[in-house]
Design a protein around this ligand. Structure first.
Ligand code: ATP
Ligand code: MG
Length: 399
C-alpha cells in the first residue's frame, strides 16, 4: 500500500475528552475515528489490525472444532422475553418500529443461538456442537470512557457449545481454556485466568481472562509465584495475603520458602468462559433424545472474547512516547518503507510485495543519499537501526 493513497489522517493532538492511551494513540495515528462516546469507525490501518486479531481468534476457535456462523444483530422481542433478558438486562438496547413492533439489538446471542442450533439437533449423535461468530454487539454502557476497552458498539467473538452431558461439556471447556491462552499469547499478551471464587470448588465453573493494565476496569489479586488470580469483587482474600493457590499450598507444606503473596492490580477482562448449564435450553424447551431414547436437556457453555477491546489492550500494553508498538502478529503492515536516501524505494517496494510481505510504502518523502545501496532497517521497538542488503531484508521477514 502506498502511503500517498492511504485513506487516513493523523492528528497532532488527541481529542480532549479521550483520557486513555489506547484512544489517544489510535485516534492520533488515524486507526479509528470517534463517532461518539463508545462508538468508533475503523479506518484502513485500524481495520487491518482488527482483522489480524480476528484471524488469530478464528484460527484457534476452528482448531478446537468451533464452526463459524453469523447471526442476526436485530432480534425479535419474543426471544428476549422467553429468557427474562428483556426486563432484566439493563444494557439491552430496545428498538420500536414505526408499527410499534419491538426488537432488541444483540448484546450476547444465547437467545438466538439456542433455538438455531437446537432446531438441528434430534439425538445425542448430533452433539456436541460448538458454533461461534465474530460480530458486533450493542450495549447501553454507562461508562464508555476507555476508548476501545468499553464500547457501546464493539466486536466480540462469541461461541456457544451444546453437549449431551456435563462430562463432555467439561472436556470441551478445558480445551477452550487452553485455546484462549494460545490466542492471548499469539497476540503478545499474558493473560491470567481468575478463579471463580478464590480457588474453592464451585458447581458452575467460570473463568475471566485478565490482562494487567492500568486502563482496565477490573480490580484483581494475583500471585507473584503461581498463576493464581482472583477478581476482587468476589474474593475472600485481600492484598498481601498468602496465596491460596494449590501450587503455593503444596510449596508451603513442603517447606519451600518461595511462598506466593497476593498483589493488587488493575486489569481488563479480555475474555471469559461460562458454564450455562441448562438455563437457556430449558427457557426454550429444547431437548434431544439421549442414548436410552429419553428426552434430555443438553448442557450449554458460552465463551466470549472482546476482539475490539483486545486491540485497545494491546495499545495500552505496547507503546512508547511516539505511539503504539504493535506485536508483529497484529501490526497492520509488516514493514513501513521510507525513502530517506534519495534512492527511490520503488524497486524494494515491488520486491517486498512479490514476497508477500505486507508493506506500507511512504512514497511522499525524498532526502539526500547516504546509505549507498543498502537499506536502513529499524524494528519499531528498538532504538538502533542497521544497514542491510535487499536480500538480507527479505530474509529478516522470513525469520
Ligand atoms: P465487563 O465486565 O467488562 O463489562 P462482561 O462480563 O459484561 O465484561 P461478557 O458479556 O461476558 O463481558 O462479554 C464477553 C467479552 O466481551 C468480555 O470478556 C470483554 O472482553 C468483551 N466486552 C464486554 N463488554 C464490552 C464493551 N462494552 N466493550 C468492549 N468489549 C466488551
Ligand atoms: Mg459488562
Amino acid at each position: 500500500m502506498r502511503q500517498s493513497k492511504l485513506f487516513t489522517k493523523t492528528l497532532r493532538n488527541a481529542p480532549k475528552d479521550e483520557v486513555t492511551i489506547n484512544a489517544q494513540f489510535l485516534l492520533r495515528a488515524g486507526y479509528v475515528e470517534k463517532l461518539m462516546a463508545g462508538v468508533y469507525n475503523y479506518l484502513p490501518l485500524g481495520l487491518r489490525t482488527l482483522r489480524n486479531i480476528e484471524r488469530i481468534v478464528r484460527e484457534e476457535m476452528n482448531a478446537v472444532g468451533g464452526q463459524e456462523i453469523l447471526m442476526a444483530m436485530l432480534h425479535p422481542k419474543a426471544n428476549w422475553l422467553k429468557t427474562g433478558g428483556w426486563d432484566k438486562i439493563d444494557v439491552l438496547f430496545k428498538i420500536k418500529s414505526r408499527t410499534e413492533k419491538e426488537y432488541a439489538l444483540g448484546q450476547s446471542e444465547e437467545e438466538i443461538v439456542t433455538p438455531l442450533v437446537m432446531s438441528r439437533v434430534n439425538t445425542w449423535a448430533d452433539l456436541p456442537i460448538a458454533a461461534y461468530q465474530i460480530h458486533w454487539k450493542f450495549r447501553d454502557e454507562l461508562r464508555a470512557k476507555s476508548g476501545l476497552l468499553r464500547g457501546i458498539e464493539f466486536l466480540m467473538k462469541d461461541m456457544y457449545s451444546f453437549h449431551e452431558n456435563q462430562e463432555d461439556f467439561e472436556r470441551f471447556y478445558a480445551e477452550v481454556k487452553i485455546a484462549y491462552f494460545k490466542i492471548f499469547e499469539r497476540l503478545g499478551l499474558t493473560a491470567k485466568a481468575t478463579e471463580a471464587s478464590g480457588g474453592s470448588f464451585t458447581e458452575k465453573i467460570s473463568y475471566e481472562f485478565m490482562v494487567l493494565t492500568d486502563a482496565g476496569e477490573d480490580d484483581i489479586l494475583y500471585c507473584d509465584v503461581c498463576d493464581f488470580c482472583v477478581n476482587v469483587e468476589i474474593a475472600k482474600q485481600k492484598e498481601g495475603d498468602a496465596c491460596p493457590g494449590p501450587q503455593c499450598i503444596v510449596n508451603a507444606e513442603a517447606g519451600i520458602a518461595n511462598k506466593g503473596k497476593l498483589h493488587a492490580a488493575k486489569a481488563s477482562e479480555v475474555g471469559n468462559v461460562f458454564d450455562l448449564g441448562q438455563k437457556f435450553v430449558k427457557d426454550f424447551d429444547l431437548t434431544f433424545k439421549d442414548r436410552d431414547g429419553n428426552k434430555q436437556y443438553p448442557v450449554m457453555g458460552c465463551y466470549g472474547i472482546g476482539v475490539s477491546r483486545l486491540m485497545g489492550v494491546i495499545a495500552e500494553k505496547f507503546h512508547d512516547e511516539k505511539g503504539i508498538i504493535w506485536p508483529e502478529s497484529v501490526a497492520p503492515f509488516q514493514a513501513h518503507l521510507l525513502e530517506l536516501n534519495g534512492v527511490s524505494g520503488e524497486a524494494i517496494y515491488k520486491h517486498l510485495q512479490s514476497k508477500n510481505i505486507e508493506v506500507l510504502y511512504d512514497d511522499r518523502l525524498v532526502v539526500s543519499p547516504k546509505t549507498q545501496g543498502k537499506i536502513e532497517v529499524k524494528r519499531r521497538a528498538e532504538k538502533e537501526s542497521k544497514l542491510v542488503s535487499e536480500e538480507e531484508l527479505i530474509s529478516l521477514f522470513k525469520q
